[in-house]
Design a protein around this ligand. Structure first.
Ligand SMILES: Nc1ncnc2c1ncn2[C@@H]1O[C@H](COP(=O)(O)OP(=O)(O)OP(=O)(O)O)[C@@H](O)[C@H]1O
Ligand SMILES: [Mg+2]
Length: 335
């Protein structure tokens, strides 16, 4: 039997899988629901995600990854087991895998990802760094002698990377992602309106009225939560301006890190970036007006990638398919 080959983008919010033979793609939320007493897995992926904020006392909803890195080895292996099974592989048809790791990860973290993959049933597991996969998946000429600048804003991280000739020339990883924006919105609503809202509500507010730049069509939204003092349900109206204010510190940190990355990169490659623009990817790149904010503050054109959620896994998929040609992208684990 021919072994399956899978490319997996292990993300803080979503785990995405590309199966080589069928060229199919699917995603699972990177979430598990566990029985607090026994540790048994009660639900995984989307089923577990829907339990956030409404779990009984004996159930814990956990994310195996925090800021892009494995925070819990066993739950990561369980999540990988789930996606391997969903891809039609398993203990009797163990897949060869390429899996993504954050570029700033330590050797210990990389080793943990590889071991979790093998424990989940992989026959072999090679690693690829997320920015290189993102550049490849977004169709950038990362192998050519030109500079490509990619900003990948995910759920738990923001990776800003300048690449050329198949390697990383400059990289900054911020532990800021969509979850942190959601948490800022939760904090803002608590401080300003004494209203407690859940993380899924905060995310919905970010997606519907949130913006990084003043945009005319983003006005206001009604938000329902729990009054901090009385505990009773309460609704308020928030404007997109307020939500932008709530997220401003993190957005500013992303802008400053981008400017710093450009400022510390080789001038010829910076020229390429000025000419060709910055590519913005990851789910967080869908935040309305983020491209405008970055373009205004850096004076460099900014393009949104066509498939913000999938560019990393598609790039890892290419490394899987074009094994020999892209061998230099695969990370070697230090002994
Ligand atoms: N329309 C939108 N506007 C703003 N943010 C969005 C939108 N759609 C999704 N997001 C955010 O994108 C984030 C998830 O993106 P993505 O799936 O790329 O993350 P990830 O790859 O799992 O995380 P990481 O790469 O940091 O480990 C979430 O925080 C989500 O709220
Ligand atoms: Mg990601």
């Amino acid at each position: 039997m021919v072994s399956r080959e899978l490319a997996i983008d292990l993300g803080t919010s979503n785990t995405r899988v590309f199966e080589r033979r069928s060229r199919s793609l699917f995603a699972e939320r990177s979430v598990l629901a566990l029985d607090k007493g026994t540790g048994a897995v009660l639900a995984t992926g989307g089923d577990a995600w829907r339990m956030i904020g409404s779990t009984p006392d004996n159930v814990a909803v956990v994310r195996p990854l925090c800021s892009g890195a494995i925070s819990d080895y066993d739950t990561t292996a369980k999540l990988l087991e789930l996606v391997i099974a969903r891809a039609g592989a398993g203990r009797w048809s163990r897949p060869h895998m390429v899996i993504t790791v954050p570029s700033a990860g330590t050797a210990v973290e990389r080793h943990a990802v590889q071991q979790a993959s093998l424990a989940a049933g992989a026959r072999s597991c090679r690693l690829i760094s997320k920015p290189l996969a993102a550049g490849l998946g977004a169709g950038l000429p990362i192998y050519e002698p030109v500079g490509s600048l990619v900003i990948d804003l995910g759920g738990g991280t923001c990776e800003i990377s300048l690449m050329s000739l198949g390697g990383m020339v400059n990289n900054t990883t911020l532990r800021i992602g969509g979850f942190d924006l959601d948490a800022s919105i939760q904090r803002y609503v608590r401080d300003e309106y004494s209203l407690e809202i859940g993380e899924r509500t905060a995310e919905a507010v970010k997606i519907t009225v949130g913006s990084a730049w003043p945009l005319p069509e983003r006005e206001k939204a009604e938000v329902t939560g729990q009054d901090f003092s009385s505990g009773s349900p309460k609704s308020i109206i928030v404007t997109s301006g307020e939500i932008r204010e709530a997220m401003s510190e993190q957005l500013q940190a992303i802008v400053l890190a981008t400017i710093a990355c450009i400022g510390t990169s080789p001038p010829e490659l910076v020229q390429d970036v000025m000419r060709r623009g910055i590519t913005l990817t990851g789910g967080g790149s869908l935040l309305a007006g983020l491209d405008v904010l970055l373009a205004e503050e850096t004076d460099v054109p900014v393009h949104l990638s066509d498939r913000p959620f999938d560019s990393v896994v598609l790039g890892a998929g290419r490394a899987l398919v074009e094994k020999d040609g892209l061998a230099s992208l695969i990370l070697d684990l230090e002994p």
